[in-house]
Write a protein that binds this ligand. Structure first.
Ligand code: NAP
Length: 245
């Protein structure tokens, strides 16, 4: 059972999937620390929405590419919400698309640092407290891209496939400690990240013939973070309208 006053950290909680996930987890009874990199106003608005529903939330600044940020943000989250951090949603992500033949080192490094290395560092730091508590929930937001090819996204695909591999191995390392680590792999979801991408050709290639909504991803994260999912670990849940089928 989730201990009382448990805090969950949602990276990139200011917008899109992260904002919807922060709200869903608060409704589930988690105290939610949501992070933003630049968008403090948007993050404050998500906190207000959660508080208006009777939930507990705090907004914290975090750049997941800063190697020294992981321990500090976990400590800030615990202090701000007065509880142990026993949940982590690695959601912060970026894309910088180009064909592999012309992809430059900056586009490769920034996408790998944000989407993969950032998630690794935070998970490493958070696991220490979770193992001590013998309770923890980590959910990594991967993508259908990685398991599936998508021309123009070799860096993003490498990061997300890496995140799924990391999820599986880290999960088996901590499974007997009451800590689960899973991935959620969305297809095309209507957020700023897909602004200008969701044209008729893209939608026609999705078996469900529509994009997903951030709340549909949040519902899956909510399940994996719940006590009901205690026996689910190392798995990847695709939320993609059938794209990976
Ligand atoms: N949308 C899709 O179709 C889709 C599909 C598959 C997977 N995903 C994955 O789902 C996750 C969320 O995507 P989204 O569509 O909701 O994206 P989004 O609307 O572009 O939001 C991205 C979030 O990540 C934060 N962020 C970006 N760089 C960061 C950094 N270096 N450190 C900390 N935070 C950072 C942003 O903070 P600021 O607001 O402060 O900039 C923002 O909160 C990502 O991992 C993405 O790869 C999305």
């Amino acid at each position: 059972m989730r201990p009382e006053r448990a805090v969950i950290l949602v990276t990139g909680g200011s917008r899109g999937i992260g904002a919807a996930t922060a709200q869903a987890l608060a409704a589930d009874g988690w105290a939610v620390a949501l992070t933003y990199r630049t968008n403090s106003d948007a993050a404050a608005q998500v906190v207000s929405l959660i508080e208006a529903e009777g939930g507990a939330a705090a907004a914290l600044m975090l750049d997941v590419t800063d190697p020294d940020s992981a321990d500090a943000v976990l400590e800030q989250a615990s202090k701000a919400l007065d509880g142990p951090v026993l949940g982590l949603i690695n959601n912060a992500g970026v894309r910088a698309d180009d064909l592999a033949v012309s992809l430059d080192d900056d586009a490769w490094d920034s996408v790998l640092e944000t989407n993969l290395t950032g998630a690794f560092r935070l998970t490493r730091s958070a696991l220490r407290g979770m193992i001590r508590a013998r309770y923890g929930r980590v959910v990594n937001i991967a993508s259908v891209v990685g398991p599936r090819a998508n021309a123009g996204q070799a860096n993003y695909a490498a990061a997300k496939a890496g995140l799924i591999g990391f999820t599986k191995t880290a999960a088996v390392e901590v499974a007997r400690r009451g800590v689960t680590i899973n991935a959620v792999a969305p297809g095309f979801v209507r957020t700023d990240m897909t602004d200008g991408v969701l044209d008729d050709a893209v939608l026609a290639a999705i078996p469900a013939r529509r994009a997903g909504e951030p709340q549909e991803v949040a519902a899956c994260v909510s399940f994996l973070a719940s006590d009901a999912a205690a026996y689910v670990t190392g798995s990847t849940l695709f939320v993609d309208g059938g794209m990976s089928a």
